[in-house]
Design a protein around this ligand. Structure first.
Ligand SMILES: [Fe+2]
Ligand SMILES: [Fe+2]
Length: 173
């Protein structure tokens, strides 16, 4: 198993999910139905797939090994860039969910707006984040990690995949 290639494949799924969210939000703005359950599923996908499954492998495997083995500059890019952006993504998703819960109770349009703005900000953040990982961070890993480090990443990725069940989550989008 090629751990970095798998992360790049997952980026494509996350981008496809992002496009779906943006199109749905555009449709709502144009007067379409705002379906609360649909947005609950987007939030669930962001948490279970993009965060737990994908960011999980980055944080527990690839980035961890990069921070241990590469020069300080790589560690800084990960710590101050990638990990901060993962946290910002979590904040957008939490705020989108809070607004969704309020909207369900009150039907207030301001809460509906905050669901959409937070989840669209999340998608735009991840688009830029993924581009940086594909073009810079993963390339750093490929160029500078040893064959043994890459072998460990691939092995740990295989174990991670065997322990996670994402088939139900992928059906959400
Ligand atoms: Fe990431
Ligand atoms: Fe990523």
């Amino acid at each position: 198993m090629d751990g970095i290639a798998l992360l790049m494949e997952e980026h494509q799924k996350i981008l496809a999910f992002g496009n779906k969210v943006l199109n749905s939000a555009k449709n709502v703005l144009e007067g379409g139905i705002f379906d609360i359950e649909e947005y609950r599923n987007y939030i669930l996908f962001a948490r279970k797939y993009a965060d737990k499954h994908h960011h999980g492998k980055e944080e527990l495997i690839l980035f961890k090994i990069m921070q241990e083995k590469l020069e300080k500059i790589a560690s800084k890019v990960i710590q101050n860039g990638m990990l901060v952006e993962h946290d910002l993504g979590r904040l957008f998703i939490n705020d989108s969910e809070k607004a969704l819960n309020l909207y369900e109770k009150t039907g207030n349009s301001l809460d509906k707006l905050l669901v959409l703005t937070n989840i669209c900000s999340y998608v735009e953040l991840l688009k830029r984040h993924i581009e940086k990982e594909d073009k810079v961070v993963y390339q750093l890993a490929k160029r500078h990690l040893s064959d043994e480090d890459i072998r460990i990443i691939n092995e740990k990725t295989k174990d991670f995949e065997e322990q996670s069940n994402i088939s139900d989550i992928l059906k959400l989008i």
